[in-house]
Design a protein around this ligand. Structure first.
Ligand SMILES: *Cc1c(COP(=O)(O)O)cnc(C)c1O
Length: 376
């Protein structure tokens, strides 16, 4: 092998990017080892027919692992689709709301706002509570009123850009709850039976980009409007075993390995503990410093995406540049909000957060030194 390639694959950066994000190294190693020849079949996973018995077994096992980790009830279907979480912003109203039904939405950041805007193309939308424009807090949940005839209540369990996480399931009096869990899925145990639909793109915490998962209560299938594209019709997808057309086979396979890794590491309660520890340390570092700040209401601070600013935003380019030089990458905040953001998904080791926090303290100390006229 070329020596430069050996070097490239043995140096792994600490990638705090929001997605596509870090994957567990043992998973990547297994993918590498199996890539040319998947268990002696003489072909790669990416060359294999999605209709082959070998791929059918991979698909089935991935679904079973997901069901087992999330404890998905029998009456729910798991769909493996494409188009990202963004396409679900359209699929949800098309499948669950007749044209004259109202869709209720919570708006707590960029993604839930986009979901509400997209739904409004298909049916009336009522915003139950809106945390904008700053998205630092939201009205008391006691005041949220979901009309009893609403088609559903949609919200983002975690806002990846604004770092705003709702740590409970909103009460809706029986109206189906639709949750975008793209950046929080598999970071803690959840009670699937409280939801009508849960969807998430794979590239944050499950696997490579290109795969999106929809978990849907069985009785919500078969309600799609007549004009719904077949590829967006939840019942048609379910009936075809998510194989109406060619699925993203590679992403589906890698997702299965990631789920296996999570189970081997101790499952979702272990992932939740790790997430708490990672985020806790970082928020503590931010709150105890004079240079960094995060203004999100502590009740809603995200455990998986921690945005923060520098008191002097003019220092942010320097911060990012020096962080990158120290092997800490992907820290630039989303282009719509700027600032810094550290995404801390399951594959981010605690040592990665320790390193980031050390770097932050060191950067702050050097700035303080400069302010006092010392040499950097
Ligand atoms: C990333 C993200 C999306 C968009 O996902 P795509 O797969 O790129 O469409 C939507 N919602 C949330 C909460 C996200 O984090």
């Amino acid at each position: 092998m070329r020596p430069d390639i050996v070097a490239a694959v043995t140096t792994r950066l600490l990638n705090f990017g929001s997605g596509p994000a870090m994957l567990p190294t043992p998973v990547l190693e297994q993918v590498r080892d199996e890539f040319l020849d998947l268990d002696g079949r003489g072909m790669s996973i990416v060359e294999m027919s999605h209709r082959s018995t070998r791929f059918a077994a991979i698909a089935e096992r991935t679904e079973q692992r997901l069901r087992s980790l999330l404890e998905v009830p029998e009456s729910y279907r798991v769909l493996f689709v494409q188009g990202g979480a963004t396409l679900q912003f359209s699929a949800v109203p098309l499948n669950l709301a007749a044209e004259d039904m109202t869709a209720s939405h919570l708006v707590t950041g960029h993604w839930s706002r986009r979901a509400a805007e997209e739904a409004a193309r298909y049916c009336p939308v009522e915003v139950v509570a809106d945390g904008g424009p700053g998205f630092e807090t939201i009205a008391d949940p006691e005041t949220w009123r979901v009309r009893p005839d609403a088609a559903y209540l949609a919200y983002a369990a975690n806002e990846t850009i604004h770092g705003f996480e709702i740590p409970f399931v909103p009460l809706t009096g029986g109206v189906p709850v639709v949750a975008d869990m793209s950046s929080t899925i598999l970071s803690r145990p959840i009670d699937v039976s409280q939801f009508g639909v849960i969807y998430f793109g794979a590239q944050k915490n499950l696997g490579p980009a290109g795969l999106t998962v929809v978990v849907i209560r069985g009785d919500l299938l078969g309600r799609a409007r007549g004009t719904t594209p077949t590829l967006l019709d939840y019942r048609a997808i379910a009936e075809s075993g998510s194989m109406l057309n060619t699925p993203p086979t590679f992403a589906w396979y890698v997702a299965g390995l990631v789920l296996e890794w999570i189970a081997a590491e101790g499952g979702l309660s272990e992932m939740a503990e790790r997430a708490e520890r990672r985020a806790g340390l970082l928020y503590e570092a931010i709150d105890s410093s004079r240079l960094y700040r995060n203004n999100v209401d502590p009740r809603y601070r995200s455990r998986t995406n921690v945005p923060f600013g520098l008191v002097d935003p003019g220092l942010e380019p320097q911060f990012l540049e020096q962080a990158a030089a120290a092997g800490l990458i992907g820290l630039r905040g989303h282009r719509s909000v700027g600032g810094i953001r550290a995404s801390l998904y399951n594959a981010m080791p605690q040592s990665g957060v320790d390193t980031l926090v050390e770097f932050m303290a060191d950067f702050e100390e050097r700035r303080a030194g400069l302010a006092e006229g010392e040499r950097p």
